[in-house]
Design a binder for this molecule. Sequence first.
Ligand code: PLP
Length: 373
Amino acid sequence: PIYLDHLASTPLDPAVLDAMLPWLSAATAGNPHAAHRAGWRAAEAIEGARAEVAALIGARPGEIVFTSGATEANNLALLGATPGGWPVAVSAVEHRSVLACLPELRRRGHDTALLPVDRRGIVDADRLAHVLAAGPALVSVMAANNEVGSVQPLGDIAALCQRNGALLHVDAVQYLATAVLDVRVLDIALLSLSGHKLYGPPGIGALFLREGLPLTPLLHGGGQQHGRRPGTLPTALCVGLGAACRTARERRAADAARVAALRDRLFHLLAGAIDGLRRNDPGKDALPGCLHVSLPGLDAADLVLGLPDLAISTGAACWEGRGGPSHVLAAMGLAPEEAHGSLRIGLGRFTTEREVERAATLLVRAIRARPAR
Ligand code: PLP
């Protein structure tokens, strides 16, 4: 099998697994919140991991809240940190875990606005300026999109937010494995990240919450993490996320260059063999590992199903099988017919040149062999 679905989930890095394994053994059993040596050891490992997560984004350890993943972190940010009565503005291409908070925010009396994007999936900064001219708001814009890989002009967006007294939440899930982001430099108030997009384990993520920002927790329980997110912390998963963040810091620059070269090679191989292939990701301005293409008349879902040993997708994994067209492609102005013929290919840290060549051969063969429509 060839795994080219890194935007859906990244494989566990062996270095991360090594860091986690000791914490999965009976010898290290111990509730990290318990008052005995076993508990203290686990707590110490967790605090070390929290510091690694903080270091990846230029935060302080006390500003990191472990969550079950980025879905929870996004929910916690929008539903827990939006000041009472403030409007909320989010880009039209956000992940469902952000967009799905909007009805609940409206139910609570907040105005909500969807910021349109251009053909490349980039947020309209003028529209954001217009929204912010009316007063402060919570703004949620992703660093990079999980379908087409568009990277947002976070510097401009952050400056606009700062000038207007707005709070900026950034879903940085897709961005951190290959790029540098510093919450202090950008004056970001809230940021979400996820283990399984950073070559760490699934089931763990984190919310960065700027020191001093009030938060209403989503969960109520035993008061862990200063009550911001109660629940017994999973030591192995926290340690895994910490190791993943450390590895990302060490590898992101080299990974980005290598993966971008492989991505361009794959596009070159495909475009040279398939007439009419269109590229929807913004090329060099996109996430290095993301190749998003469409072919008029192609039944992409059918193609993907016919190549079960090539892990690629037609869109966001969490939305697949729901039948509807991608809200991201629709917001970018792609016609439903174009969206129908779209493939999302995600290359990553362990992708090899041979895999890229083999994937191109399989795709070209399958596309040429499909029945005429
Ligand atoms: N945000 C983005 C941009 C994503 O790609 C994902 C991926 O699933 C999520 C949020 C949700 O993360 P998680 O799977 O950790 O809940």
